[in-house]
Design a protein around this ligand. Structure first.
Ligand code: ARG
Length: 289
């Protein structure tokens, strides 16, 4: 999405009735981005056309892919239940939150599935409008991007083989630990102050770290709690230790200073919270135990 287009869209949205702008989101339960976009476009009718014309007149060569523009989400779809592949679809909690944001903005969601450590660069370079990747807010990342309000809490947990001698965080000392490259799990165990003398094996996908554990190439895997549960449920002979290493919060990131988009994202998250929709989405992917 081009910034200018966004400003025009926002203006158009403000000019149109609020009901028309927010209307598409209320009944978009699942993977209905296209339907939601269609609804929004139909509802906005003339306003939409005016906005497009205005942009074309203003920005000349700048072209948008869809009538309402597309909102590009950068993610790494190797992180169930937040984002993962289901057949040829990318689904998950973050995807549904992003779809709700796009629907509220009358835009079409486009997902760029890239390496996790490329998500922030994609956002800062403008290749993507926002990053939604079960991403933990950290002070270092806050120097490069702006974060939305948080929408989930998380923790780094330790996964070991059922018969492992590793029983808690203190036992990680001097061990070989598998992580997903560039994640907070990677950062945590790579810090000598947290875990002394560890050898950190960094994988592109969390699942590859689990495979390495199964093959005894690493002694433990450190990863976020929810994907840990999914991976452990899919693999025999491994377990999650009770004591977690960190306590974290997930948020969506945008390019620094993109307050228009950030406001829209925050409004969408608040609406999802207040309508009970966020809870519904989370329960769909993380059934209550
Ligand atoms: N919460 C961790 C972090 O922010 C891991 C996120 C990994 N996400 C993903 N989609 N692979 O570093």
């Amino acid at each position: 999405m081009k910034k200018k287009m966004f400003a025009v869209m926002l203006a158009a949205c403000m000019a149109a009735s609020l009901a028309a702008c927010g209307g598409g989101a209320a009944d978009t339960t699942t993977a209905a981005t296209e339907a939601a976009t269609t609804t929004a476009v139909q509802e906005e009718g003339d306003t939409q056309a005016d906005a497009t014309e205005a942009t074309e007149a203003e920005s000349g060569a700048e072209e948008e892919k869809a009538a309402g523009g597309s909102l590009v989400m950068a993610t790494n779809a190797e992180f169930p239940p937040y984002e993962y592949h289901d057949g040829d679809q990318i689904v998950g909690i973050d995807v549904e939150i992003a779809q709700a944001i796009a629907a509220e903005m009358g835009m079409e969601l486009e997902i760029e599935d890239i390496a996790f450590d490329s998500v922030i660069p994609a956002v800062t370079s403008g290749k993507a409008d926002f990053g939604a990747a079960g991403m933990t807010v950290t002070p270092e990342r806050q120097q490069n991007v702006d974060f939305s309000k948080t929408y989930a809490t998380a923790a780094q947990v330790i996964i070991v083989k059922n018969d492992s001698a590793i029983a808690g965080p203190a036992d990680l000392e001097g061990k070989t630990i598998g992580v997903q490259l560039g994640t907070t799990g990677d950062l945590f165990v790579s810090d000598e102050e947290n875990v002394a003398g560890a050898t950190v094996e960094r994988y592109n996908k969390g699942f590859e770290a689990i495979q390495a554990l199964n093959q005894n190439k690493v002694d433990a895997v450190v990863i976020d709690g929810e994907p840990a549960k999914v991976f452990v449920s899919q693999n025999d002979g491994i377990k999650i230790l009770d004591e977690a290493l960190t306590s974290e919060e997930y948020a969506i990131c945008v390019k620094k200073g993109n307050t228009d988009l950030l406001d829209n994202i925050n409004t969408a998250i608040t609406n999802l919270e207040e309508s009970g929709k966020l809870e519904e989405i989370i329960l769909k992917y993380i059934p209550a135990e």
